[in-house]
Write a protein that binds this ligand. Sequence first.
Ligand SMILES: *Cc1c(COP(=O)(O)O)cnc(C)c1O
Length: 354
Amino acid sequence: MIFREVVCETGGVNDHSPYTSAVSAGRPHEPGDPVNTAIELSTTYRASGDRRYARSGTPNWETFERVLGELEGGEAVAFSSGLAAMSAVLHLAPGGGTVAASDRLYVGTNQLLGDLEASSRLRVRRFSKPDDPVLAEADLVIVEDPTNPGLERIDVADVAAAAPGIVVADNTIATPFGSRPLLLGADVVVHSATKFIGGHSDLLMGVVVAADTDITNRIRTHRLLHGAVPGALEAFLATRGVRTLGVRMDRAVANARELATRLDGHPKVARAHWPGVGALVALQLNGDVVETDAFIDRLELWTHATSLGGVESTIERRWRWADEGPHVPVGLVRMSVGIEDVEDLWADLVDALG
Ligand SMILES: *Cc1c(COP(=O)(O)O)cnc(C)c1O
């Protein structure tokens, strides 16, 4: 049963800077309206109006979608998590179709691809460079720039130019303040809004953005029928989070760049890599895994925890996850740099390095 979709204004690029779009897009604008879309928890609506049932749309998702649509330059569809958004996107490939996946994808995306391959839903082929011939044959291509957790770069424009199929860019790490893949030729952008967009480690959400309305209609239908819808409270909080994304990224990116430069010159550090975009740093110490774990344990200001993109700085050695890929070095430490004072973050690192 398909409910008629609630008609909402589409997103799309205008001539505002992303700093302005993040703050101004999607706000109610009639006289007497609240400045922020009120949290709307009702699941159903009195008959004969535009809205009917909350699985097909709520005011809080739509506000969030307007902001993300304007930031990425397309029309946005919100999901209950980043992986739910990725799952919907993978359903754009036909049954038995071929997905060309970068060999450096987020571990959860790799597991999802493995699951769909095991059930013969998709064929998965891996690539590492934009000149790989598999790009020309694939129905759908998935890429992350920079990659998670190694923070390698891959040129999304080159991948898009080589791939006639649907090109999907996971833009979680760069954020729209670091990269706008739709403007580089990608067809679809996916975010885990759990990370930088939400920004406070207090909600799970995902979003798909595309410029082609055929794609966004299929994604919206998938959400309606498979049901991976976000809650109204999460959408409200994610909207509140994205309002400050520009200033948070400016600060976090500057901190990450500065800390990577200082760490790279430290005698206990083998390599500290900041990829030139985003607020993550990939760190490898000169010591073994035991020494690396002891360093993490000695930190006081940095929180030892997974996930990334919060205002607070977090750190973890990725190999504590059994499913992390074979290309990830056992000693690789991923730092998600927050917005604290960089001197306090540095002092804690220096103390723990010893
Ligand atoms: C966390 C993450 C995801 C998955 O998002 P969830 O919100 O945890 O479902 C996808 N891609 C990247 C790059 C991520 O970091």
